[in-house]
Design a protein around this ligand. Structure first.
Ligand code: A3P
Length: 266
């Protein structure tokens, strides 16, 4: 385990200043993570959530910084795979929502994100990137292990497992599903407002959601915008027929033990 530097991911970016560069990956329990996260691993692993905290997990992105300074109930977002989530979340029976997206669109989105996020390792050429994804070499590790890890634990841990494609297809239905899970009862106009505010179009124009406040040496949105396309099926614009065949065959092998109903179009 790396030293005990109390440097969060965002603090590490700020500290890097002009000498800013893409962070190398270091493995924890076989999962490649960016080095500022690994440097803080002891405090992340020791994090004690409150039972009122809500965990939101997805493949992939940011960390758990600043949490110790915040009062519960908190919404805590993580990209850690299930096996690296601090145990306190499950001991305290915290609610958790996992958002999963089909592998090929997830891969395309991650590729463009790695091009513009200059803290992530260099993505390299597209064809090689597909192999890195299939081999679980990207930051936050294997997509296959990630989606399966939460899927297998969803009943035992009372995790609400939702799909990006379902949210795109019928956002109101999915918002209502989340409300039921959280034991919330909201008026119809409040639900409509949530649907409106969380639409791709609204979020793309919202500076807090489009990350335009993050400086260009960190997120270079001239390469690719953070809120890029927000659609299901963009993979068809990236994968060649040969790449699709190779990917699909490998996918069948890796996912044969999990019957997760992913959809690559809607
Ligand atoms: P694309 O690159 O396919 O556009 P994350 O927030 O985990 O980094 O995920 C980013 C991906 O989710 C991007 O996908 C982004 O456009 C999409 N996304 C974010 N908010 C969205 C929304 N409200 N509706 C649809 N897609 C959204």
């Amino acid at each position: 385990m790396a030293g005990k530097e109390e440097l969060s991911y965002s603090e590490a970016i700020a500290a890097a200043g002009d000498a800013f560069h893409r962070f190398p990956l270091i493995k924890i329990q076989g999962v490649p993570l960016m080095c500022p996260i690994v440097h803080n691993w002891d405090s992340i692993w020791a994090f004690r959530p409150d039972p009122s905290d809500l965990l939101i997990a997805t493949y992939p992105k940011a960390g758990l910084s600043l949490l110790k300074k915040m009062d519960p109930p908190r919404v805590i977002k993580t990209h850690l795979p299930f096996k690296l989530v601090p145990e306190g979340f499950w001991k305290n029976k915290c609610k958790a929502i996992y958002v999963a997206r089909n592998a090929k669109d997830n891969l395309v989105s991650y590729y463009h994100f790695d091009r513009m996020n200059l803290t992530q390792p260099e993505p390299g050429p597209w064809d090689g990137y597909i192999h890195k994804f299939m081999n679980g070499e990207l930051a936050w590790g294997s997509w296959y292990d990630h989606v399966k890890g939460y899927w297998e634990e969803r009943e035992k841990r009372n995790i609400l497992y939702i799909f990006y494609e379902d949210m795109k297809e019928n956002p109101q239905r999915e918002v209502e599903r989340i409300m039921r899970y959280l034991d919330l009862s909201l008026a119809d106009d409040v639900i409509s407002r949530i649907v409106e505010l969380t639409s791709f179009k609204t979020m793309k124009e919202n500076p807090m959601a489009n990350y335009s406040f993050i400086l260009k040496p960190v997120f270079d949105q001239s390469i690719s915008p953070f809120m890029r396309k927000g659609v299901v099926g963009d993979w068809t614009n990236h994968f060649s027929p040969a790449q699709t065949q190779l990917f699909d065959e490998d996918y069948k092998r890796k996912m044969k033990d999990a019957d997760i109903p992913f959809r690559t179009d809607i």
